[in-house]
Write a protein that binds this ligand. Structure first.
Ligand code: FAD
Length: 488
């Protein structure tokens, strides 16, 4: 049977596996999906997780529950040798081993891209995983708890200052959603006033959200300003040492929370492969999603999603190379096309080019607020109606009905019960509570410290020994000896 190996079970990998499950006949091919995590993360919901509007687990789609016939391997891909048709993987705590394939599907996604700015690697956090989003939610609430106990001063101000770097979709959504959470928290913290909160978003370009029109982007900045959340355009972070964010404009913001969303890059594991990559490290693909190099098609290697360079044949691609914009809209559609193309080529048919004209872009900016742009940025909706559209679209877009229900359930509860401000910060150190009160064996006295006491203890131990039991143990050991030899 043909062995199809999908590396990466996010948007693109998961949907490729589902499409193959639907289309392949029994015995036609065997499909394996490898991912370092046992679930797909629905990243568009991470800002709402950070804001406490959606429960963290609900934005994860477990592979083993929702893939029926695909074999799932929970391990990290560490290298790819297409010459040997094998991928090296390593499970947590295990030794590296290889998985052989006939057909390879590369869907490894992207990771946060940072620059060597002092202090960023040590003090900032990204917004690409559920762990990061939950950490932000916990941190904001815990900082309110800590600040409420402090007198006015630099430490209290530091705890109530939040900085986001990067004014793309993810950064603006994260910024606005966390600002919304802070507004809600104020109701429960009479010790803290709104003017004590500082929210700063730092963007190097002269505008935010390139996916929407300039007018809409300006509206978003003005709307955030009304909520005391400042967007600093044409500004760069120059340092974040000890959590003090310094900017190219000379500002200094001591803070406990720096969220880095200023760019992403193709998964660096691809560099540890013999696959054809373009200069930015993405897998080079043709429009039919087959890998290619200067000499032509690389047989048996396919790809989709953020880790790949797919030509956008509609002419709506990235300005520098015309490839598809890295987003979920493309990843899911490419995956469906990819599944169909792989099956077609197994059956001797020709693969078809991937074609999709983006329908528009929609962003949530906190409960009751959002923006939507469509029709080549000519049409825009703002405020409550765009927010409803955002919730409707993404609520239906998260894979599987089981997950949709959970997310809609969270929103329903939020309407009637309000946002959940409970924190799980201490889950980072779950044994602390048990350990605090657990009794430990008394330390044995040192040999020369208390000789009399030690002697008495020895005598007591001897008394306690049960000669019959010891005899029985000895006899059992003797019996077991020949068996051990047999095993040898
Ligand atoms: C905060 C945020 C908001 C967003 N909002 C939107 C939006 O509103 N609309 C939109 O269209 N797009 C949005 N996106 C973008 C969208 O989520 C991505 O474009 C999409 O997830 C790309 O899919 P993918 O399958 O290529 O990568 P991913 O979904 O990132 O999947 C990659 C998978 O590979 C796995 N993996 C990585 N490395 C390894 C390894 N070494 N070994 C094994 N497995 C590995 C990962 O665990 C992951 O499961 C948003 C992204 C973010 C971060």
């Amino acid at each position: 049977m043909t062995k199809i190996l999908i590396i990466g079970g996010g948007y693109a990998g998961f949907y490729t596996a589902r499409t193959l499950e639907k289309l392949l006949n029994k015995g036609e091919a065997e499909v394996t999906l490898v991912d370092a995590r046992p679930y797909l993360t629905y990243q568009p919901f991470l800002p709402e997780v950070a804001a406490g509007s959606i429960e963290p687990r609900h934005v994860l789609v477990p592979h083993r529950r929702h893939l029926k016939t695909t074999q799932v391997v929970n391990a990290k891909v560490t290298g790819i040798s297409n010459a040997d048709k094998q991928v090296t993987v390593q499970a947590e705590g295990g030794e590296p081993y290889t998985l052989a394939y006939d057909v390879l599907v590369v869907t490894l996604g992207a990771v946060s891209r940072t620059f060597p700015i002092p202090g960023i690697a040590d003090n900032a956090i990204g917004l690409k995983s559920v762990e990061e989003a939950e950490w932000i939610r916990n941190k904001v609430t815990t900082n309110f708890d800590r600040a409420a106990n402090l007198p006015a001063g630099p430490e209290r101000q530091r705890l109530l200052t939040f900085v986001v770097v990067g004014g793309g979709f993810a950064g603006i959504e994260g910024f606005a959603e966390v600002r919304g959470l802070a507004t809600k928290l104020l109701k429960h913290y009479p010790e803290i006033t709104e003017d004590e909160l500082q929210f700063h978003l730092i963007e190097a370009a002269d505008r935010i959200m390139p996916e929407v029109s300039l007018e809409t982007a300006k509206w978003v900045i003005a709307d955030l300003a009304k909520r005391h959340a400042t967007v600093h355009l044409e500004t760069q972070v120059t340092s974040a040492v000890d959590g003090v964010v310094e900017t190219s404009k000379g500002d200094k913001f001591p803070t406990d929370v720096i969220i880095w969303t200023a760019g992403q890059m193709a998964n660096p594991v691809l560099r540890n492969s013999d696959l054809p990559l373009e200069p930015r490290g993405r897998l080079r693909l043709r429009a039919d999603l087959r890998a290619t190099d200067d000499d032509g098609i690389i047989e048996g290697v396919w790809g989709a999603g953020d880790s790949t360079q797919v030509p956008d044949v509609t002419g709506n691609g990235l300005p520098f190379d015309g490839s598809c914009v890295p987003n979920a809209q493309h990843a899911v559609r490419q995956a469906r096309r990819l599944g169909k193309n792989i099956v077609a080529s197994l059956r001797g048919d020709q693969p078809v080019d991937y074609v999709h004209k983006p329908a528009g872009a929609v962003a949530g900016l906190g409960v009751g607020n959002g923006v939507f742009t469509g029709g080549k940025k000519k049409f825009a909706l703002k405020g409550g109606i765009a927010w409803l559209f955002h919730r409707g679209y993404h609520g239906l877009a998260i894979p599987t009905w089981e997950r949709k229900w959970r997310v809609f359930g969270d929103w329903w509860h939020q309407i009637w019960l309000g946002r959940d401000i409970a924190t799980t910060t201490h889950v980072q150190n779950p044994r602390a509570f048990f350990e605090e009160f657990a009794s430990r064996p008394k330390p044995k006295p040192a040999d020369d410290a208390k000789p009399a006491e030690a002697k008495a203890e020895k005598a007591a131990d001897k008394k306690a020994e049960k000669p019959a039991e010891a005899k029985a143990e000895k006899a059992a050991d003797k019996k077991a000896e020949p068996q051990a030899d047999d095993a040898k």
